[in-house]
Design a protein around this ligand. Structure first.
Ligand code: FAD
Length: 584
């Protein structure tokens, strides 16, 4: 039986991003994708939000996307535009770029990374046991994997077969999206009415048109009958009074506002990411974006678990961090969907919300949320950076100028020392964490929060989130750093250090705010079982098959890892589906 450490069902944006992250983490991963070719029929997502572009920048590939799209310095809450041009990011904009282009670029990247893709095959089922998962395919022998990740979209077979509940709300509305030709010159642009938003725009070839039109009665996206040209014609007539002689469709699809989220993102050795874990109306252009960010959160963690650098409970932090982000997106899109209709009452609400969002603080808060720049994982109390994204600072190192994101290109954790160079070491983690001495003289500014104090040192996870801040020259902070390093990147590789250090520490000392090196105290307490793995490492452990399969003390057997528009509003949220414009 062919085996991989990880098999990913579904090679959409989420599956490809996850495969890349796992490959960078030194993990043997393969994708099983139902489609024969990487070409995507039709277009779905209209672009990328600021945090997604930052995440791609962290891997050194943002330019591949930005150079192909168009930038807009705004995000949208329903039809209300919020300016983000003043956000402290290298990418304070939304990138208009159709999903087929996004997928093409991602496919090129995973090709460079050498990710195997089993194309034209479906995952049809699986069985999991204590040591792995047998993954059944529609064609060919099954695959054996230590973990299976369902990135197989909203109708996810993996989610259903794993018996993971998908609670939420049934659709209240459905729309058709199509790429067609029209015999008559249609009315181009966006139309809002009491049913919702509709629009017609010209495609890049200048001949075909993209149509989005709300249907008279809501249907399930999965209703057995696929939408037909007749359905499209009827829906056009209901809105415009004519179907403009619609003909020659190359793609007709249906989407709804069904809003659901997987109760759990993991069951044993099976995990979910992207649309398989959460579905919602496309308003606000969030789905693809949070799928990419799920993948970047999960990839390094799963890689460490597979390499036995960390225990399985590290995977619990994937659910703990990403489920709340998904739940927030569902809530925001439900609100956006309600506001996207137009009648006197809804228009009055939209005007009111628009006025509120014209004030600077509400604008920043919502724009931070919609752009993904405000994401904050709860890693306990401490410096405002803790759990937030690390800003892409312009550093100066002994080797010259360097951007923080450049340090993350190979998806390895970084301890950034901004104090005296060489003042401390992290030898027991040196095989996993890169220590970089640098200076930075500029301001520290976070989206939404504004200016924050400069930390002496920052521990940055591979996904770009800050795991610890403090002063490693201070003995109490050093203990906090050791805890954070152990929590996130596994126990120290050198035998005596951690147990003695931990033994010396009294619980009360850990809780003293005056010893406030931050990062990982709460996490460390939630993840006590990792101490067992530490014992294994110190004593030279055996894995659950009784084989010697964990590293010898002090050795990594895998080696080097491997308007508000200030108050103005426009009916742009369907426009994103029509032109290569800002997402949502
Ligand atoms: C009209 C519309 C507009 C949208 N606009 C935006 C937007 O502006 N911004 C945004 O962020 N998002 C938008 N979205 C949402 C976005 O398209 C999805 O969130 C995104 O595609 C999810 O990516 P994914 O990889 O998780 O799932 P998918 O893209 O659905 O990919 C799943 C993959 O799995 C494969 N697959 C399925 N089952 C199996 C199986 N059993 N075995 C093997 N392979 C399988 C499929 O062929 C597919 O390639 C929009 C969606 C729609 C419908």
């Amino acid at each position: 039986m062919t085996g991989h450490a990880v098999v990913i069902a579904g090679g959409g944006p989420t599956g490809m991003m996850l495969a890349a992250e796992l490959t960078l983490a030194g993990t043997d991963v393969a994708i099983v994708e139902r489609r024969d070719s990487p070409e995507l029929a039709g277009s779905r997502a209209g672009g990328l939000h600021a945090r997604s572009i930052e995440v791609l920048d962290q891997r050194g590939i943002a330019d591949r996307f930005v150079s192909q799209g168009k930038t807009y310095p705004v995000v949208h809450f329903a039809s209300i535009q919020l300016d983000i041009s003043d956000f402290p990011s290298r990418h304070p904009y939304t990138l208009g770029l159709w999903q087929n282009h996004i997928e093409r670029i991602l496919a090129g990247w995973i090709g460079e990374l050498g990710v195997p893709v089993y194309r034209g095959r479906e995952v049809t089922g699986f069985t999991q046991d204590d040591t792995g998962v047998d993954v059944e395919l529609s064609d060919g022998p099954p695959l054996r994997a230590r973990y299976l990740v369902g990135c197989d979209g909203g109708r996810s077979l993996i989610r259903k077969a794993a018996g993971i509940e998908f609670p939420g709300w049934d659709p209240s509305t459905s729309s058709l999206i199509a790429e067609v030709e029209m015999a008559e010159e249609p009315e181009l642009g966006v139309r809002r009415d009491e049913k919702g938003i509709h629009g017609i725009g010209r495609l890049e070839d200048g001949k075909r048109l993209r149509v989005v039109v709300r249907e008279e009665r809501p249907r399930e996206a999965g209703e057995s009958a696929e939408p037909t040209l007749r359905d499209l014609s009827q829906a056009l007539i209901a809105v415009w009074g004519t179907d403009f002689g619609v003909h020659s469709p190359t793609w007709i699809s249906r989407f709804t506002d069904m809003t659901r989220q997987a109760a759990s993102y993991r069951k044993g050795r099976v995990l979910l990411a992207g649309d398989a874990a959460h579905v919602h109306f496309p308003v606000g252009g969030q789905g693809l974006n949070i799928g990419l960010q799920d993948a970047v959160n999960l990839g390094w963690k799963l890689g460490q678990v597979v390499r036995q650098v960390s225990q399985e409970d590290l995977l619990d932090t994937y659910q703990a961090e990403r489920h709340p982000v998904g739940a927030q997106v569902l809530k925001t899109t439900m609100a956006g969907t309600a506001l996207s209709r137009s009648d006197a009452r809804i228009d009055a609400v939209v005007d009111t919300v628009s006025e509120l969002l014209s004030m600077d603080e509400p604008r920043k808060r919502y724009a931070g949320r919609l752009s993904g720049l405000d994401i904050h994982y709860d890693l306990g109390e401490g410096h405002p950076l803790l759990g937030r994204r690390m800003p892409d600072l312009d550093l100066v190192t002994a080797d010259g100028p360097l951007r923080v994101f450049t340090l993350l290109h190979d998806a390895r954790p970084v301890l950034l020392n901004l104090g005296a160079p060489g003042s401390f070491g992290i030898d027991p983690w040196a095989d996993r964490v890169r220590l970089v001495d640098a200076t930075y003289a500029g301001p520290w500014e976070l989206p939404v929060l504004g200016a924050v104090s400069a930390p002496p040192a920052v521990l940055i996870r591979p996904d770009g989130h800050v795991a610890w801040t403090g002063d490693p020259g201070h003995p109490a902070h050093r203990d906090g750093l050791r805890e954070a390093l152990t929590t996130w990147f596994g126990p120290p590789a050198v035998r005596p250090e951690l147990p003695q250090a931990l033994a010396r520490r009294q619980p009360a000392e850990r809780d003293r705010p005056d010893l406030a090196s931050t990062g990982g105290r709460h996490r460390a307490e939630r993840h006590r079982p990792r101490q067992q793995l530490h014992r294994n490492l110190v004593e030279g452990g055996r894995d659950d098959r009784g084989e010697r399969d964990v590293p010898e003390p002090g050795r990594d057997r895998h080696g080097e890892l491997g308007q508000v528009l200030r108050g103005r509003r426009e009916p742009r949220d369907v426009r994103c589906l029509l032109e290569s414009g800002a997402a949502g």
